[in-house]
Design a protein around this ligand. Structure first.
Ligand SMILES: C[S@@+](CC[C@H](N)C(=O)[O-])C[C@H]1O[C@@H](n2cnc3c(N)ncnc32)[C@H](O)[C@@H]1O
Length: 352
């Protein structure tokens, strides 16, 4: 046994545990406005931050120390002050910004709390159903993804598909499959007032929230939400655009759903499949911090909830090679990776 290697690894493990616990404190920082109060404020002592936020000084002081230790804040021993650099504040202060990462940490407590249930499912089999992740899961997923969808979908992703945009402007039909709380269909409805937009998801809670949002936005007559499994697309052809965002790998039968999607496209219609941006091979993903997060979410959430539906548990970390194979097997004639720059999402345009 190499003693130095062992000691080095022990330090990594302890550091990892510290980072995992610090993640809970990032959640506390975004929820309570501690990060927001520090943004642009320059160096602050614990008492000053406590005054700004109305949070007890002892809690603030310990949070500051933990966040500095985790590398989120910069500490100046002279004057015992802490700074949130602008380059860090970018990710934690404005929930409407496409750079906002606070939503990731909103969903973490619910995901981490599933560890005992997940361990039981490893031992007994059967996976963990989406509903078992709790009432907060649809909103947690929404919070992770909404800012980037709001800032990118219409502005820079769909312009990659000019024929689709033309059809939507001319009153075409679009459906987002696995729409969750309906963020994508509602964005489409606002951007393309002539188009007929639908969202479909198997999860009743998500569809209930989506319908509520449509009502609040006065879009209930322009966006239809369907609570059904993705295979319900069968027999309803004629979509100019079908989208799936982070959905195919969660399904009980990804290949069969791709075939349904192909059959449901109008002639010349496009299917936009958005999946995690990782390589097909584990060894090519090991140095990628995004992949590290995706493998963990995949093991904690994506695979167990697919298994719970009797699915194969494809997992979030499948790459373009596998995606192309599945698309070809489902009968698509065109499979193209769009040149969209994103560290986490890969965009594939498919057509019959
Ligand atoms: C990771 S979430 C993505 C949600 C949303 N598209 C987004 O990007 O935020 C996956 C979604 O797929 C849905 N889903 C899982 N299995 C499904 C199925 N068999 N049919 C339809 N939707 C399904 C889940 O309910 C969930 O809303």
């Amino acid at each position: 046994m190499d003693k130095a290697r062992s000691q080095q690894f022990m330090q990594k493990v302890v550091g990892d545990a510290g980072t995992a616990m610090a993640a809970a404190l990032v959640h506390v920082g975004t929820r309570t406005g501690l990060f927001r109060a520090m943004a642009g404020a320059g160096p602050l002592a614990a008492g000053e931050l406590a005054d700004r936020t109305g949070i007890g000084q002892r809690n603030v002081a310990e949070w500051l120390a933990a966040m500095a230790s985790a590398g989120y804040l910069v500490y100046e021993p002279d004057g015992e002050r802490f700074t949130l650099p602008d380059e860090h504040a970018l990710f934690f202060t404005d929930p409407a910004s496409e750079y906002y990462l606070g939503g990731l940490f909103d969903g973490l407590p619910a995901l981490m709390a599933m560890a005992p249930r997940l361990a039981a499912s490893f031992e007994r089999g059967g996976g963990v159903s989406f509903a078992e992740f709790g009432a907060g899961m649809p909103l947690a997923l929404e919070q992770m993804n909404r800012p980037v969808y709001e800032n990118r979908l219409v502005q820079s992703w769909l312009p990659q598909l000019p024929a689709v945009v033309e059809r939507l402007n001319a009153g075409g039909r679009a459906i987002d499959v696995g729409c969750g709380t309906g963020v994508v269909p509602l964005i489409l409805a606002r951007a393309y007032p002539q188009a007929h937009i639908e969202g479909l998801d198997v999860d009743a809670r998500s569809i209930g929230i989506a319908r509520g949002y449509a009502q609040e936005a006065g879009l209930q007559d322009r966006v239809g939400f369907i609570q059904a499994g993705a295979d319900a697309l069968r027999g309803d052809p004629g979509y100019d655009l079908i989208t799936t965002f982070d959905v195919i790998h969660d399904l009980p039968d990804p290949g069969a759903v791709l075939a349904c999607i192909r059959a449901a496209l109008a002639p010349g219609g496009t299917y936009l499949m958005v999946e995690p941006a990782v390589d097909d091979r584990l060894e090519n993903n090991l140095a990628n911090p995004f992949a590290r997060m995706l493998y963990a979410i995949s093991c904690l959430h994506c695979v167990p909830q697919s298994l719970a539906q009797g699915g194969p548990g494809l997992g979030a970390c499948w790459g373009p090679g596998q995606a192309r194979e599945l698309a070809m097997a489902a009968g698509f004639g065109r499979f193209e990776r769009l040149p969209v720059r994103s560290p986490v999402m890969a965009f594939y345009a498919l057509s019959a």
